[in-house]
Design a protein around this ligand. Structure first.
Ligand SMILES: Nc1ncnc2c1ncn2[C@@H]1O[C@H](COP(=O)(O)OP(=O)(O)O)[C@@H](O)[C@H]1O
Ligand SMILES: [Mg+2]
Length: 250
């Protein structure tokens, strides 16, 4: 097993006194595909935002690549955040920019690379996600699945060791969604990139997840942690069983 690249301890999220989740703790190791799952409204996106420090100050502790987020501010914090890639649920690309230009945006913001070098890196990233031939197209000229791939390429622009994806397969047809799962697995295997993927799609979870945690709205926190295939067979929590077996909860 690789070293721990993300450690979350006793994290909580509350809005206006309402607890969304509390006592959330887990570790992610290098090269893993780690899945955060749970029903709609269970706090998956909120957890992601807390973990990457979008909602300071967080209640609890988060360490990314061995550095405690709570202790960082200003430039040190930005430097750490540049080392993680994020693709949000909306995953919006800039509509007036080509795919290559979209992938070049983080490079323009965070590096001193000249335009020709940025274009080369952008094309290489698009190649990784199977979009080498679409580099010159505008977002309006590609399919939903291609847009997700381009979003992943953009999140990978700065070679982050950890990539966070919020519901990457939302709104995709099953075949395109399976293609995206295959891409995530391939990138994890070939590049050693660690993925933290938020999803509630059972087939994706079983296909890509090395380990997972499950959030539950009623429990206001984690109700399961482990290998998703093992949880499906062995969990004695009835919500977890119902989720993994796609059964009605009585
Ligand atoms: N900024 C916010 N202010 C108030 N409530 C919020 C905010 N963000 C999320 N919530 C609430 O937190 C709960 C969990 O939301 P979310 O994390 O988006 O769930 P999920 O991604 O699992 O569907 C929801 O009840 C949502 O309304
Ligand atoms: Mg969400």
């Amino acid at each position: 097993m690789g070293e721990v690249v993300l450690r979350v301890e006793d994290l909580a999220a509350r809005f206006d006194g309402r607890t969304i989740f509390e006592h959330v703790s887990f570790e992610v190791r290098r090269g893993e595909v780690f899945v955060i799952l749970g029903g709609s409204g269970s706090g998956k996106s909120t957890l992601l935002k807390r973990v990457i420090g979008l909602y300071p100050p967080a209640e609890g502790r988060v360490a990314i690549l061995g550095e405690a987020m709570e202790g960082l501010s200003g430039e040190a914090r930005n430097a750490l955040l540049r080392r993680i890639g994020v693709m949000w649920q909306s995953g919006a690309l800039f509509g007036s920019l080509t795919l290559a230009e979209n992938v070049g945006v983080p490079l323009e913001q965070h590096t001193d690379l000249p335009p020709e070098a940025r274009a080369l890196v952008a094309r290489a990233k698009l190649g990784l996600v199977g979009l080498a031939d679409a580099a010159g197209r505008l977002p309006a000229e590609i399919s939903g699945g291609m847009a997700k791939r381009a979003g992943i390429a953009r999140a990978m622009a700065l070679d982050p060791p950890i990539l966070f994806l919020d519901e990457p397969s939302a709104g995709l047809d099953p075949i395109t969604s399976a293609g995206l799962d295959a891409l995530i697995k391939q990138l994890a295997r070939d590049l050693g990139t660690t993925f933290v993927v938020v999803t509630h799609e059972l087939q994706s979870i079983l296909a890509i997840g090395d380990r997972c945690i499950m959030l539950d709205k009623a429990a206001r926190g984690m109700i399961a942690e482990g290998d998703p295939r093992q949880l499906r067979e062995e969990s004695d929590n009835k919500v977890v069983r119902a989720f993994f077996r796609r059964e009605v909860l009585d």
